[in-house]
Ligand binder design. Structure first.
Ligand SMILES: [Zn+2]
Length: 158
């Protein structure tokens, strides 16, 4: 059992320990992916979101860590998306969202403040539900929640 989790790698490993079984159960019992239409571009978008959520959600909360890698990546990804977004306004919107969130969140909250909470878990998962699907929202919820468990603040509501 993991006793001390403080780097993004440990958070990722700990998160995957719970996410992967969930994905396996979904594939077996909910026939996830079996009927996907691989001739449709939407399927590839879905798989992209899936991969992104699987790997990012267990680490996401450390975006409030001033010198953390997650914050660095978010700002960098945001800036790249803004450049790509010169060709697509939706992409630019997400780029601005990422870059601003990553850059300014530490001025709004301290490390392990409101971002490390059920409230954040639920808000992010609602966003995923709204943009993609309920299954990925649940995956996102699991990933985010493992972060709270690993940080030993599993019952922090806000
Ligand atoms: Zn944390």
């Amino acid at each position: 059992m993991v006793t001390r989790v403080d780097s993004y790698k440990d958070h990722l490993k700990f998160g995957l320990m719970f996410e992967v079984p969930f994905v396996i159960l979904m594939v077996i019992f909910n026939k996830w992916y079996f009927f996907m239409d691989y001739s449709s571009i939407n399927t590839y978008y879905y798989l992209l979101y899936f991969t992104f959520i699987l790997f990012i959600s267990p680490m996401l909360m450390d975006i409030d860590h001033r010198a953390g890698k997650v914050r660095e990546w978010t700002v960098t990804a945001g800036l790249l998306l803004i450049i790509i977004g010169l060709y697509n306004k939706n992409v630019m919107f997400f780029g601005l969202l990422f870059a601003c969130t990553g850059q300014f969140i530490i001025y709004i909250t301290k490390h392990r403040g409101i971002v490390h909470s059920w409230l954040f878990c639920i808000c992010v998962s609602f966003g995923v539900y709204y943009i993609v699907s309920i299954e990925l929202a649940v995956l996102c919820l699991i990933g985010n929640y493992t972060h709270l468990v690993a940080d030993k603040i599993a019952f922090k509501i806000y």
